[in-house]
Write a protein that binds this ligand. Sequence first.
Ligand code: SF4
Length: 534
Amino acid sequence: MRVHLVNPSDVSFGTAVITPRWLYVLATATPAAFGTPMIVDETLEPFDPDAVEAGDVVGIGIHTGNALRGYEVGGVARARGAYVVFGGIHSTLYPDEVRERGGAHAVVRGDGDLVWPDVLTDFVAGTPRPLYEGGRIDGESFLPARWDLLPEGKYMWGSVQTVRGCPKHCSFCSVWRTDGQKPRQRHVASVIREIVELRRRGFRFVLLADDNFYPVTLGDLAAAERQARTAAESASGGAGSSDPASSPRLDALRALRAERFELMARLAELPDDMIFYTQITMEAAEDPEFLAAMRRARIRGALVGVESVTPEGLKAVFKNFNDAGDALVTRLQAFRAHGVHVLGSFIFGLPTDQPSTFDATADLAQRAGVSFAQFVMLTPFPGTVDFAKWEATAAAGVTRKGVPLSRYWLIPSSQRPKVYAPHPLMSAEQIREGTQYVWDRFYRLAAIWQRSDCVRSMRSRLAFLLISKLYRQMYANTGIATDSARVTRSARRARWLAKAARRLFVTTPMPELQEPASLRALRDSKRLAVRVVT
Ligand code: SF4
């Protein structure tokens, strides 16, 4: 019996930017008695059914975007006599669909880190269950990845997770509902140990693959302080108190924040050719102390969900904590002033958008000094507030290609609609064309070259240009285009560009690299952060 772990994808590029972490974490979770899992990342090469034999276990992780391909793989594996197990966000939300469409014998909901050994043991004992609840494990229990299983020369960036969950509640996002609103931070020492291992293997660019790297804002602390003072005052009969504010919630928030700073201090001690990248909310721009720590830690890039450039658009997606207009430009520039390059994420197709929104967004992205940008069309993703509303209204009773529109991921990707919700002013095609236009405009050669002045050397500017083009080929043309010839051409170009770009990111391995000495002391000390009381 052999264990296979498959990351499904319709498009394979031969080289990928980021290591798909879940595959290598489940490899760690696989007990030694079951041998070394065979890992298949279809963003590199397609799954080979001949590698599966009767009695093998095939684990497939899916999100909504790759669910249909995952179902194909599951069906093929089951037909070959394998025991098929699905996990991932989409399986968590639709376990019945996964059984019907993907040939799943078992489905894992929630985090797979701790429950995966039970799945394998039950299968071998002949007592498999149809459903396993992985739940939301605490940060202490997050497993490291088995990077020793990485194929040589295939990935550009390593990936490490430091926190799961996000306290916000954006209407288009499922993270806060699936991973929860309580941040679960991993111990600093485990994070650093894993990054050291990646650097030993030659990865100097590492993605901190977090839901939100800034889980405690200055606003959260101020609000908790106010609550603590009010509680203290009412306890003392309104006499007031000169003691510093304190409450279990405030202490927990302070501890979480302190642990972020501890992590960044340790990152700063790693070899100075290392560069980190993360995902963060815009509120961090108002926290100079945090930005300064990011700079010292060499966190040089961050994906920031800008979403909309107007206050009405932000209100529509429950993201009022973002700024719009000139204030937005100022906030985004604050990141750049601290050496953090922003990958701005913008959504088109919000009910408040107008035909002029496309140019306004492209102008703002350039003016704000955003280094990279992605422009996505509003898509109702399962597990989100938007999806529930859309499913009950616009999508109710509508079918496409014989499939209910509210299950659009079951429509083959070449025939799948690009825009789902009717817009009060624009047709679906206008929104698609407008989005494509903004990608084209933002990634014009001249515009990229102008933006590349954020780095100094000619080599760095060329790297910036190459990665900008690669990003656009991988994400814009293969995702937005309706013309299949254009998609194929783009995938071919991306394949070539990715191979060239990889050389710029990976460097000479440092097999002798040791963990920073300060880490040993940290490991021995009591953990800094504990729980958030919500
Ligand atoms: S979009 Fe970002 S900030 Fe909003 S809930 Fe999702 S992870 Fe949190």
